[in-house]
Ligand binder design. Structure first.
Ligand SMILES: NC(=O)C1=CN([C@@H]2O[C@H](COP(=O)(O)OP(=O)(O)OC[C@H]3O[C@@H](n4cnc5c(N)ncnc54)[C@H](OP(=O)(O)O)[C@@H]3O)[C@@H](O)[C@H]2O)C=CC1
Ligand SMILES: O=C(O)CCC(=O)C(=O)O
Length: 446
């Protein structure tokens, strides 16, 4: 029935079934382009319609979230959980609170999560959720009331062996704590139903750092594969949230020099490098005071510019803010300045056309589903620790994280080697696909 499976026909069908979901189309296109040729060579996946099944979420839950602001106004938001695929473990993936959140964005994120979680080698399926709620400018009490209302609706759909949400944009330790407290109250049970929890109630050391650290480890592996290292490399990092901050921290520890950070208002350029004490100041600014990155320029006497940081000369680039933040214009600047490699901390930060340009220019490119898998990997380790009711040390966890990132790099090389270079997109997509596809084949037609 699917003997004539072609990328064009597949994408045509997908767009027809999911109209207007441009981010979801983009994420599927990127995977299908490398996986369809593999499926054609391995017809058991084609005949079982595995890719068609993998691109349809198991289910999508959409709900109203009503809460009261500090002035007594009743506010209404929309909440979601997309339970994408549980072939290799319970649904697992973050929650995003941002005004741009819609079904297209959550489906792209849930789809990517399927491959990412498979690459970690841990038993985790894929899900993603969130709400079009904007935590910016809200008081702690407002955020608490929103989180409690959100969880009041979500809690019956999740569970420690069913679906385990975590953080993403706009959801950090504060939000996870409010949601965990409400889950515990409603379910009358204390289980590891969320990850990214505080240490006092079942959280894991290194989870806060994991995505950013993992991204720096992945870059280190790509460089080592070419006989290079991080030492003395000038690095451009975008974002100034959880992923960006800890990516910058690990880059510095590995000997690189980070010269930019950004937020949605613009970027700072500090040619002297963002050292440890400046980074501690940024953590306080972003996590406690919830300020803007422009304040860094005032504090440390450097430049602040509107726009994105890709025009700043660098050896290495780390997009760590959001989807489609690195377009053809930014990639042209990176290439013109001699950038050697891009490693994605964010999910799908580089557009399809920009990825093609990087490949043509021979710039190494680590896609997010491989390079930022460290966060969900340590979430998986948090689940393990919750199950055995033990807490591992930071050293143990960081070493496991590094080994997982080395293993992901190895899988990319195994499936992505093309002549004398590695196609990391192809490698990550095929390696991630195989484990999930084989599990789905084993289950029969469900
Ligand atoms: N947290 C995790 O463990 C993981 C996160 N990721 C991905 O990493 C990325 C960053 O997440 P995280 O650091 O957790 O989120 P945070 O909310 O902690 O930080 C997000 C950062 O990105 C900036 N940003 C958000 N939206 C935009 C936009 N439209 N344009 C420009 N800048 C923007 C924010 O700036 P501002 O404050 O101005 O909005 C902020 O600096 C996301 O793509 C996420 O999906 C991937 C794997 C795991
Ligand atoms: O830790 C998790 O479960 C989720 C991390 C995440 O949302 C992601 O990998 O994009």
């Amino acid at each position: 029935m699917y003997a004539d499976l072609s990328l064009e026909r597949f994408m045509e069908g997908l767009k027809k079934r999911n109209p207007g979901e441009s981010e979801f189309h983009q994420a599927v296109f990127e995977v299908a382009a490398s996986v369809i040729p593999y499926i054609q060579d391995n017809p058991r996946y084609r005949d079982a319609a595995i890719l068609q099944r993998m691109t349809e979420p198991d289910r999508t839950i959409v709900f109203r979230v009503v809460w009261e602001d500090d002035d007594g106004n009743i506010r209404v938001n929309r909440g979601y959980r997309v339970q994408f695929n549980n072939a290799i473990g319970p649904y697992k993936g973050g929650l995003r609170f941002h005004p741009s959140v819609n079904l297209s964005i959550l489906k792209f994120l849930g789809f990517e999560q399927t491959f990412k979680n498979s690459l970690t080698t841990l038993p985790m399926g894929a899900g993603k959720g969130g709400a079009d709620f904007n935590p910016k400018g809200k008081s702690d009490r407002e955020v608490m009331r929103f989180c409690q209302s959100f969880m009041t609706e979500l809690w019956t759909h999740i569970g420690a062996d069913v679906d385990i949400p975590a953080g993403d944009i706009g959801v950090g330790a504060r939000e996870i704590s409010y949601m965990f407290g409400q889950y515990k109250r409603l379910a009358k049970e204390f289980t590891g139903v969320l990850t990214g929890k505080a240490l006092e109630f079942g959280g894991s050391l290194i989870r806060t750092e994991a995505t950013g650290y993992g991204n720096a480890f992945f870059m280190q592996e790509m460089l080592a594969h070419r006989g290079e290292g991080m030492k003395d490399k000038t690095c451009v990092v975008s974002g100034s949230g959880n992923v960006a901050i800890y990516c910058a921290e690990k880059i510095r520890q590995l000997g690189g020099k980070v010269v930019t950070l950004s937020d949605s208002s613009g970027f700072i350029h500090d040619p002297n490098g963002i050292d440890e004490s400046k980074l501690e100041w940024v953590k306080d600014l972003k996590v406690k005071r919830r300020g803007r990155i422009s304040e860094y320029a005032e504090m440390f006497g450097c430049e602040f510019h509107e726009g994105k940081p890709w025009g700043v000369p660098c050896d290495l680039a780390f997009p760590c803010a959001t989807q489609n933040e690195l377009c053809t214009e930014g990639v042209s600047q990176l290439i013109a300045n001699g950038c050697m490699a891009v490693s994605e901390g964010a999910n799908m930060p580089t557009t399809v056309e920009a990825i093609d340009m990087l490949a043509e220019a021979g710039v190494m490119y680590g896609p997010g589903k491989a390079a930022n898998a460290g966060g969900v990997a340590v979430s998986g380790l948090e689940m393990t620790q919750n199950s055995i009711r033990l807490a591992w040390t930071a050293e143990e966890l960081e070493s496991r994280l590094e080994q997982i990132m080395v293993g992901i790099h190895r899988q990319c090389v195994q499936y992505g080697q093309e002549g004398d270079h590695v196609n990391y997109v192809k490698g990550a997509n095929i390696a991630g696909f195989l484990k999930v596809a084989d599990a789905m084949l084993a289950y029969g037609v469900i």
